[in-house]
Write a protein that binds this ligand. Structure first.
Ligand SMILES: NC(=O)c1ccc[n+]([C@@H]2O[C@H](COP(=O)([O-])OP(=O)(O)OC[C@H]3O[C@@H](n4cnc5c(N)ncnc54)[C@H](OP(=O)(O)O)[C@@H]3O)[C@@H](O)[C@H]2O)c1
Length: 284
C-alpha cells in the first residue's frame, strides 16, 4: 500500500505499544523515547538522573514511567520491570542503550577501575536490562522462524542492544570502550541465535557518530555525524524491520566494513596516530 502524501510504501507493522529504554535521560535514548512517545507508545524511561526523566514525563503526561536506576543494579532493574509490566503489560521493545565512553590506557593503574565500570555498564548492563523481560516476551505467541513480519497484527517482541562502530575493531586509546562494544556485539549475537524461532527478535545497532553529550566533548573530526533525532528515526526503522545488525548512519557501515577487512599490518599503521578519547573522565 502507498501513502498518497509521501509516495512511500506504508508499513503494515503497527506502532509498538510499549517500549523500555535505558539511558533515556540524554542523547540517543532520549531521542528514541521521544520518537516512540510521539507515535503513541507508553515508555519506561530508565537512567540515573531522575530530574531529566521527570522533564520528559512532563512533556508526555501519563505516557512515561520514570525509573531512576543504575543499569549495574540488577535488583533495581527487576523491580522496575515488574512495576512496568504490571502497569503497561509486556513491552514490545526493550532497548538497552545506557552506556559510557572515555579514553583508557593500560599503563595507568588508575584506569583499571575505569575498565571495570565501562564493562559493567556497557556489557553487563545490557544483560541485566534484558533478563527480567525475556521470559515474559517469549511467552507472547511466537512467529515461525523466518516468517515475514508483513502480515503480523502486532509488533514482534524485540530486544535491542546499542553497541558501536568502535566495537568492530580495537581503537587506540579506547581499549575499554572498544572491548565493551565488541563484547556487546558478540553477546547480542549469542542471544539472537538462542532466541531463533522463539518469536523474540534481537537487533544489534551500531551507531557511528551521533551528536549527543557523549560526542560533544570530542575534539577530533567525526565523519557523517548525525543529529540524535535523525539517528533515532533511522534506528526505529531498523528495529521495525527486525534487521539483526545495522550501522547508523550507513556510511559508517562502509567505513566499519573496510576497517574490519584491513589486515593487521595495515590497520596498525593507519590507526597508530588516530586521535584518542580523553582520559580521566569521571565515571560514578
Ligand atoms: N553518540 C555517539 O556517537 C555514539 C556512537 C556509538 C555508540 N553510542 C552508544 O549509544 C548509547 C547512548 O549514548 P549517547 O551518545 O546518547 O550518550 P549520552 O548522551 O551520554 O547518554 C548516555 C545515557 O546512558 C545513561 N547511563 C550511563 N550510565 C548509566 C548507568 N550506569 N545506569 C543507567 N544509565 C546510565 C545516561 O543516563 P544517566 O547519566 O542519567 O544515568 C544517559 O541517559 C551508548 O551506549 C553509547 O555507547 C553512541
Amino acid at each position: 500500500m502507498k501513502s498518497a502524501a509521501s509516495g512511500f510504501a506504508e508499513s503494515r507493522i503497527p506502532n509498538p505499544q510499549s517500549v523500555v529504554i535505558t539511558g533515556a535521560s540524554s542523547g540517543i535514548g532520549l531521542a528514541l523515547a521521544r520518537h516512540y512517545l510521539e507515535r503513541g507508545a507508553t515508555v519506561a524511561a530508565c537512567a540515573r538522573r531522575a530530574e531529566l526523566l521527570q522533564t520528559l514525563s512532563a512533556e508526555f503526561p501519563d505516557k512515561v514511567f520514570c525509573y531512576a536506576l543504575d543499569v549495574r543494579d540488577a535488583a533495581a532493574i527487576r523491580a522496575a520491570a515488574s512495576d512496568f509490566m504490571a502497569r503497561a503489560g509486556v513491552p514490545d521493545i526493550v532497548i538497552a542503550n545506557a552506556g559510557v565512553s572515555c579514553g583508557t590506557l593500560t599503563e595507568y593503574v588508575e584506569d583499571e577501575e575505569v575498565f571495570q565500570s565501562v564493562m559493567d555498564i556497557n556489557v553487563l548492563g545490557i544483560v541485566k536490562t534484558f533478563q527480567p523481560f525475556l521470559a515474559a516476551m517469549r511467552s507472547k505467541p511466537p512467529l515461525p522462524p523466518g516468517e515475514d513480519w508483513g502480515g503480523e497484527k502486532r509488533f514482534a517482541p524485540t530486544l535491542v542492544g546499542i553497541a558501536s562502530v568502535a566495537g568492530l575493531r580495537g581503537l587506540p586509546g579506547s581499549g575499554a570502550y572498544s572491548a565493551s562494544k565488541a563484547a556487546a556485539i558478540s553477546y547480542m549475537e549469542s542471544l539472537r541465535v538462542e532466541l531463533y524461532g522463539s518469536g523474540v527478535k534481537v537487533v544489534t545497532l551500531c551507531p557511528g557518530y551521533i551528536k549527543t553529550p557523549m560526542t560533544d566533548i570530542n575534539t577530533y573530526p567525526m565523519p557523517f555525524i548525525l543529529d540524535a533525532d535523525m539517528a533515532a528515526k533511522r534506528m526505529a526503522r531498523v528495529i521495525e524491520r527486525g534487521t539483526s545488525f545495522a550501522v547508523v548512519p550507513w556510511q559508517m557501515g562502509l567505513v566499519g566494513w573496510v576497517m574490519q577487512h584491513l589486515p593487521n599490518w595495515l590497520y596498525d599503521r593507519l590507526f597508530a596516530n588516530a586521535p584518542h578519547k580523553s582520559r580521566n573522565v569521571k565515571l560514578d
